[in-house]
Structure formats: C-alpha cells, structure tokens
Design a binder for this molecule. Structure first.
Ligand SMILES: Cc1cc2nc3c(=O)[nH]c(=O)nc-3n(C[C@H](O)[C@H](O)[C@H](O)COP(=O)(O)OP(=O)(O)OC[C@H]3O[C@@H](n4cnc5c(N)ncnc54)[C@H](O)[C@@H]3O)c2cc1C
Length: 407
C-alpha cells in the first residue's frame, strides 16, 4: 500500500471519527488538538449524556445556504451507519424521546474515552496542546505551522469546528486558515443560544420556568414559533423553546431587525377555554385583589407583567367584566418580550455559517479549491437543530472524508 501522511486538525467529533477510520486502514494519521484533552464538546454535550445522533435524520433539520450539499452528504449516512460505527468501538446506543439517541451508559465521558481508546488502538498519533497557527501549500501537500513546530503532510483534514463555545475550544482559527487557502466564508453567528432582553420585568421574573409557545416577530412580521420550556433569567430568557428559536433570532438580529417574542404562557388552554375558566372564576361580590385572584392560575412573579401588559383597569375581582377578562387572556397568550441580543458564542452550542459548501465536494469532502485538502464538521456552513443533528453531521462528514482519504 502506498503510504500517505495524513494530518487532521481538531480532535472533536468529526476529526476523531475520521482519524479512527483512516488509521484502521494502516495509514499514518496525526491528530493535532489545541486543548490538553480531545472531545471537550462531546464531554459536555446533551447535559453530560451526549445526544449522539437522531433516529429521524432529515435535511430540513439542518441549516445552510446550500441545502443540496447537506442532502448529498447525508445520503447513505443515516442513523444505522452511525450506530454501526459506535457499535464497532463498543458504544451501544439507546433511543429516547423525539428520536434522540444517546450512549446506553448515558455518559458523554464514556463516548470520549471509547473514541480515544479506539484511536490509540488503531495507531492514531494524538498531539495534545498543539495549536495550528497557519497552513502553507507546498509541492507535495501542506506545511503546518504549529505551537509545537512545523509539520508536513500529504493530505490534510480541517476539522477544527466553529467559534461556538470558546471555553471548550471554539475558535475562528480554522475558518481563518480555510480563508487563507482561498475559501469563501459565510458569516458565523451564534445558534442554539440563550437570548438577552433589557426589559426590567424579565429580571424580576428570574428563575420562573413555564411551558410556552414562543412566537418570533421581526420588525412586527411573524417569523416562526416553537413550543417547550422557557426560563426567565437575569439576562433574558433561556430554555429549550428559546434554544430552538435562537437560530431564526440570530439571523434576524444579524440583519438588524427588531426582534420581539410573543409568549403564550398558558398553551395548554386555548383562548376560549382560558376565557371560560377566568369568567367562571369571577365572583361579583368579591373584593379580592386582582393580584391575588390571578395567583390561583399564574406564577406569582409573572402576575405584575400580565396586569401591566393587559392594561386591565380592574383592581378587584368584582370589577372584572368580559372586556377586562379578555384583556387578561390576551396578555397571558401574547406576553411581549423584546430581544436585545443573543448570549453570543460563549453561550452557543453551535455557530451558523462557516466555509461555503459550494466549494466542497459533498461526496468526498475535498475542497474544490485546494486539492488534498478536506473539510468536515461544523467548520462548514452547516448546523442542525437541537436533538443530535449537529453530531450526526460531524460523524457523517468525518466518515465521508475518511473514506475519500483512504481510497
Ligand atoms: C454545550 C454544548 C452541548 C452540545 N450538545 C450537543 C448534543 O447533545 N448533540 C449534538 O448533536 N450536538 C451538540 N453540540 C454541538 C456539537 O458539539 C458540535 O456540533 C460538534 O462537536 C462539532 O464537531 P466538530 O468536529 O466539527 O468540532 P468540535 O467537536 O468542536 O472539534 C473541533 C476541535 O478542533 C480543535 N481545534 C480548533 N482549532 C484548532 C487549531 N487551530 N489547532 C488545533 N486544534 C484546533 C478544538 O479544540 C476542538 O477540539 C453541543 C455543543 C455544545 C457547545
């Protein structure tokens, strides 16, 4: 077999899977990782459980300026293929709600340990604390300038991830190196991220968690909606529904749109049911203060803002009439919250944007601009929904790159 020296930049999901598959074929692979440990994002993923993939992989669960690229990459790289790989390294998978798939151990640490063991067993040379600063094209391949000296290779896989979560190794470094080699970049923005708000009432409601339907309006136009938990915090709002809607918010904020959320904080009742419930509770002889009356159905910290936004004039239960009840119902189902920003890359699980995928071959992940340069994972302009989709793309694109490098 002709030997080829392969270097992979990045010991994350896509780099590790590629390194293992290449090394299993007896090809010399060196993996350069800037952190003192590999797989830092894997380690904290899925709240420490690692949501490895999803049973229901579909193109519409991903975002990119080039959806056909995603479709091509995922063709044949479905759940079963990822499951087979993990089975081959001894990690068995289990499905939970919404098709989310986890390691049976439900421990992200076990995934990293098993990947690291397999990489070493297969002969991958892992270089820790080694940051690649720049890449130069040379006659037979590439020269990498690293914090541990220069490294040459025939084939190079750039799997250095995105700028999301810099505390775990997220960096613009890989994108800058891709750009220096001639690649176009789609601007990166934080996604799967908490949102900030300057509204005073939000701070006061800090700590309150409710189920809600969250609608996004940009410059007063309806954009989209998500349902799930929301959590008010001292900086703004978090929770699963917020992470899910953050991709669209981030895009709108990047386009300088005014973003406002409309929260239905009682989605289990429709407008009519809520109106009936409130109307039936009205006792026309009661001087019970409105605040106290609402305490029977709403979290205490949310009552002042519901009353304020409803502009309800009634001060006591006996002052309520259908019109005043209607105002309260409207506020409960359309609580307004303006968004000033996202929590940035520090709070984000992923980044939108990345290397323009029109310049990458989706079958091989090889650059169309630079021969023998491969790109995989989140460095590319592909990000997915919450639920295991981001890892799925990292594993799939890493596997494709490995297959092409081996060939
Ligand atoms: C808190 C959190 C939770 C998440 N949970 C999930 C989840 O449950 N399910 C899911 O599908 N996705 C999840 N994600 C997203 C997922 O982690 C990423 O999409 C995935 O790790 C991307 O894989 P990657 O290989 O492209 O990049 P990464 O896994 O980020 O790996 C890139 C590696 O390259 C290294 N590197 C970067 N630049 C250099 C350089 N110049 N020199 C040397 N090394 C370099 C980095 O240190 C890093 O180790 C989560 C992300 C975060 C932050």
């Amino acid at each position: 077999m002709k030997t080829k020296a392969v270097i992979i930049i990045g010991g994350g999901a896509s780099g590790l899977i590629a390194a293992i598959l290449i090394a299993r074929e007896g090809i010399a692979v060196t993996l350069l990782e800037q952190n003192s440990k590999i797989g830092k994002k894997i380690l904290v993923s899925g709240n420490g459980k690692c949501n490895i993939t999803n049973r229901h992989i579909a193109v519409h669960r991903f975002h990119s300026q080039n959806p056909p690229f995603i479709e091509s990459v995922l063709q044949g790289y479905d759940f079963a293929r990822i499951e087979a790989f993990f089975h081959s390294i001894g990690v068995e998978l289990i499905e939970e709600k919404e098709g989310k798939v986890f390691p049976m151990s439900r421990q992200a640490a076990s995934v990293v340990e098993m990947l690291e063991y397999e990489a070493q067993r297969a002969g991958v040379e892992i270089r820790y604390d080694c940051t690649v600063k720049s890449i130069t094209e040379v006659k037979q391949g590439f020269m990498l300038h690293t914090t541990q000296g220069d490294e040459a290779c025939d084939l190079l896989l750039l799997a250095s991830g995105s700028p999301a979560a810099p505390q775990l190794g997220g960096t613009f470094g890989g994108l800058e190196m891709a750009a220096s080699l001639g690649h176009a970049l789609i601007p990166a923005y934080p996604s799967l991220v908490q949102l900030c708000s300057d509204e005073v009432w939000v701070k006061a409601a800090s700590g309150v968690k409710v189920e809600a339907v969250v609608k996004l309006y940009a410059n007063s136009d309806y954009v989209t909606e998500k349902r799930g938990d929301i959590l008010f915090t001292n900086y703004g709002i978090s929770g699963l529904a917020i992470l899910d809607i953050s991709y669209e918010v981030s895009q709108q904020l990047a386009a300088f749109a005014y973003c406002e959320l409309s929260l239905d904080i009682m989605p289990e009742l429709n407008k009519e049911q809520l109106t009936n419930l409130l109307t039936h509770r009205v006792n026309t002889d009661s001087s019970k203060p409105l605040m106290l009356w609402l305490l029977g159905i709403l979290n205490k910290k949310l009552i002042p803002v519901v009353i304020e936004q409803s502009k309800c004039r009634a001060k006591t239960e006996q002052n309520l009439n259908r019109k005043e009840v209607g105002k309260l119902v409207y506020a409960i189902k359309n609580l307004k919250l303006s968004i000033s920003d996202t929590r940035g890359f520090e709070g984000a699980e992923v980044a939108t944007g990345g290397v323009d995928t029109t310049e990458v071959n989706p079958q091989t992940m090889e650059s169309k601009r630079v021969k023998k340069l491969y790109l995989a994972g989140e460095i590319l302009d592909v990000d997915g929904d919450r639920g295991g989709f981001n890892f799925h793309f990292a594993w799939s694109s890493g596997m494709r790159a490995a297959k092409a490098i081996i060939a």
